[in-house]
Design a protein around this ligand. Structure first.
Ligand code: ATP
Ligand code: MG
Length: 494
């Protein structure tokens, strides 16, 4: 790709960006949220059209008018924001558009469902995925959906595969499968463009790294010549000395949230813990340990659970998210498509949704107050958007995540459950979010922070509870928090 440029309205998403890819390499694209990574890739596959520049494939100038055409030329993209066809089976989704037929002759070509299912089962097994080929896409977790998309691209025989944050929602074990798959693809000469914010992973898998900042090309280097600090410096254009802000030791308040013997058959059982006002309780564990399910149960998404939830000492029946919100709770979830955002609305409408009542008098919304408040929160979180009136879908993935955060913080909840608060968020913005979480604790909010990022748990928590296989396997006080202990408890070998 040579000198590629693209503007959206007044936003210069890309200006004169060069990018090249060799057979059999993993070339990683890095940059802050909104730097232009996804846009560059969408241009490559014909989803967006560049305003300037050219694309050469094996030396020939190409310009695809649709992802279908790109695929026919051996380029597949696994998107950051997945829109799977929810009512389709896993097998049908994998073979969508190239169904296996019983007979190519005759007037009727019948889809061969049996071999479609069989072939899909084989591919799923190879990837180490438990999902059944005839499960519906809607029954899959985000992680599984992502893996199915990867399987789809691989099985389509693509020579160039673009993976836009493929591991943002998958487990350690699935990452190992993915990486061994990537290595095999490389041996067969397949080239991979990899986008991720996870530093450790990037250094494990990349051959070369290209950094974009504000839509411009900053550098392309072999990964072996880079170290994380230098890379971060290139991305944000300044030095971030300490990503985890220090917090003055403060006396904790009363217990705000207490959970006793929380159970839900098959998901988790006998989970008890408490969070004080002004405290950050980290919840660690491997993915799939049941942490999200616990959070959803607290928030009334899953009302059939047993056990007791006490808020400010009072046993409280929370039967729906509405109940939870009324009791001053917020769940800031990791799944922005399904639980966090209204995709038809603007950035501002999403942010102020839970506070509309406080801007209204006699049913009339005071729009200028609302707008001022929206601007405050957009500023606090550094949401990169043209304005509050921009459609939320026009934002980059990481910026959409910031909108989810802004919406809940504006509602001024007393008890805040964060489920993977910085997933898909670049390093610079991570720091801002940590500062914000600390500030909330400083103002007496009780915070439960679920995270799979060890550094985040260790860097942010006052205490840590560890969940393994649906049970609480340990609670660590401030002085006991360290990586080895947490890992041991998380894998339940303590
Ligand atoms: N469809 C669109 N309409 C308007 N603006 C857009 C659109 N798509 C992207 N942009 C803007 O272009 C810029 C680059 O966005 P892009 O999605 O490429 O970022 P990114 O590097 O992938 O970020 P992230 O790490 O958050 O995924 C952002 O300012 C974004 O708001
Ligand atoms: Mg992106």
């Amino acid at each position: 790709m040579r000198g590629v440029s693209k503007a959206f309205g007044s936003t210069m998403a890309l200006s004169g960006v060069d990018f090249d890819l060799r057979p059999g390499e993993v070339h990683t694209l890095m940059g802050e949220n909104g730097a232009g990574k996804s846009t560059l890739m969408k241009i490559l596959i014909g989803l967006h059209h560049a305003d300037g520049g050219e694309i050469l494939l094996n030396g020939n100038q190409v310009k695809f008018s649709s992802p279908r055409e790109a695929l026919d030329n051996g380029i597949a993209m696994i998107h950051q924001e997945l829109y799977p066809v929810l009512d389709m089976t896993v097998a049908d989704n994998i073979f969508m558009g190239r169904e296996l037929l019983k007979s190519r002759f005759g007037p009727l070509s019948l889809v061969d469902f049996r071999s479609t299912r069989g072939r899909a089962a084989g591919l799923l097994r190879e990837m180490g995925l438990k999902a059944a080929p005839d499960a519906l896409m809607r029954q899959l977790s985000v992680a599984e959906t992502q893996l199915v998309e990867i399987i789809k691209a691989v099985s389509q025989g693509a020579r160039i595969i673009i993976m836009d944050e493929p591991t943002s929602a998958i487990t350690e074990r699935e990452i190992e499968h993915l990486f061994s798959h990537i290595r095999r693809l490389k041996e067969n000469g397949v080239a991979i463009i990899y986008i991720s914010h996870k530093m450790e992973e990037i250094f494990r898998i990349s051959d070369r790294i290209t950094v974009l900042r504000d839509g411009t090309h900053i550098a392309t280097r072999p990964a072996s010549e880079l170290i994380p600090d230098v890379l971060v410096g290139m991305m944000v254009g300044r030095e971030i000395r300490d990503i985890y802000p220090s917090r003055p030791e403060r006396p904790k308040g009363e217990i705000a949230l207490e959970v006793v013997g929380l159970s839900d058959a098959g998901k988790f059982s006998g989970v008890s813990f408490s969070v004080r006002k002004g405290e950050i309780l980290g919840m660690a564990g491997l993915m799939g340990a049941g942490r999200t399910e616990i959070a959803e149960c607290l928030f009334g998404i899953n009302p059939r659970a047993g056990g007791e939830i006490r808020i400010n000492g009072d046993p409280t029946a929370i039967r729906s998210p509405r109940d939870a919100i009324r009791r001053g709770m917020a769940l800031i979830s990791d799944d922005r498509k399904q639980k966090g955002l209204n995709l038809e609305a603007t950035v501002g409408e999403n942010i102020s949704l839970l506070r509309l009542r406080s801007f209204s008098k006699a049913g009339i919304i005071n729009r200028s107050r609302e707008r001022a408040e929206i601007d405050v929160y957009m500023g606090k979180l550094g949401v990169k958007a043209e304005s509050g009136d921009a459609p939320v879908t026009s934002l980059s993935g990481g910026n959409q995540q910031k909108v989810v955060l802004a919406k809940w913080l504006m509602a001024e909840p007393e008890i805040i459950v964060f489920d993977e608060p910085t997933r898909g968020i670049d390093v610079g913005a991570k720091h801002d979010i940590y500062v914000l979480i600390n500030e909330l604790a400083g103002r007496g909010k009780a915070i439960l922070m679920i995270s799979s990022e060890m550094n985040e748990i260790v860097g942010m928590s006052d205490r840590v509870v560890v969940i393994a296989d649906g049970r609480l396997t340990g609670t660590l006080g401030k002085d006991e928090i360290d990586q080895e202990r947490i890992m041991a408890l998380a894998s339940n070998i303590a």
